[in-house]
Design a protein around this ligand. Structure first.
Ligand SMILES: Nc1nc2c(ncn2[C@@H]2O[C@H](COP(=O)(O)OP(=O)(O)OP(=O)(O)O)[C@@H](O)[C@H]2O)c(=O)[nH]1
Ligand SMILES: [Mg+2]
Length: 214
């Protein structure tokens, strides 16, 4: 079971991207995907909420499931591994989570299950549409900086809403913080970057080698 977190500040597009990616991965690559979100109510899918091993779970497209994070991420991952046996788990941490701390929590789960758990790259969404507004606030700016610093892949999100100049500006900001992360461009609305993201999610093992920009 491979576990990947898709972090990013509040409203950066995490849930939208998780749903899009999981439905493609299950349909095209026939993999079992489980999403772990904070609030199952945020997932705009008309499905009944059931309870499995104390977790709130919804069945979503293509045999994928979505579950609400319980009090412990590690415990939720162990339950998923034991009950659902997904190939891939995509985690949406809260918008103010620090990816390195989430990584520690994922690592803890490996102690309590016989399932093999592999930790994938840290993907951080960077909201191209709201970047100026977000960076203006010092606290928010600090969170975003820490997230970008911890990222293996920074995905500039909502590129359909901005022009090329704005995207380049985001790329420079990201490179100023993290010189090694792979930077990609994403739009759920238009589909930009989705194939690349899926390739990264399915890549076996470690961290993709980055450095396409700058
Ligand atoms: N135009 C456009 N809108 C997007 C895109 N991705 C997400 N959105 C919109 O951005 C808003 C926030 O998206 P979510 O997917 O809920 O973002 P989130 O990061 O999960 O938000 P929180 O869980 O509240 O932190 C929604 O209104 C989405 O429809 C995109 O690529 N393009
Ligand atoms: Mg969300």
């Amino acid at each position: 079971m491979k576990v990947v977190q898709i972090a990013g500040f509040l409203g950066s597009g995490k849930t939208s991207i998780l749903l899009e990616a999981s439905s493609k991965i299950s349909q095209i690559y026939k993999k079992r995907v489980a999403l772990v979100v904070n609030e199952i109510g945020d997932v705009p899918v008309d499905a009944k909420v059931i309870e499995v091993a104390g977790m709130k779970v919804k069945e979503i497209a293509g045999g994928c499931i979505c579950c609400e994070l319980g009090p412990s991420l590690a415990a939720s991952l162990v339950d998923l591994a034991d009950y659902f046996k997904p190939d891939l788990v995509l985690i949406e941490p809260t918008g103010v989570a620090i990816p390195d701390q989430v990584k520690v929590a994922i690592a803890m789960s490996t102690r309590d299950t016989d399932a093999e758990i592999e930790i994938g790259p840290v993907i951080v969404l960077y909201d191209a549409f709201r970047v100026d507004e977000l960076l203006e606030n010092e606290t928010v700016n600090n969170f975003i900086m820490r997230q970008v610093l911890n990222a293996d892949v920074v995905a500039i999100s909502k590129v359909d809403l901005v022009d090329e100049e704005r995207i380049r500006y985001c790329e420079r900001m990201i490179r100023g913080i993290n010189t090694r992360a792979l930077i990609i461009r994403l739009s759920v609305v238009r589909g930009d970057g989705m194939d690349e993201l899926i390739r990264i999610l399915l890549e076996p093992g470690g961290t993709p080698i980055g450095g396409r920009v700058g």
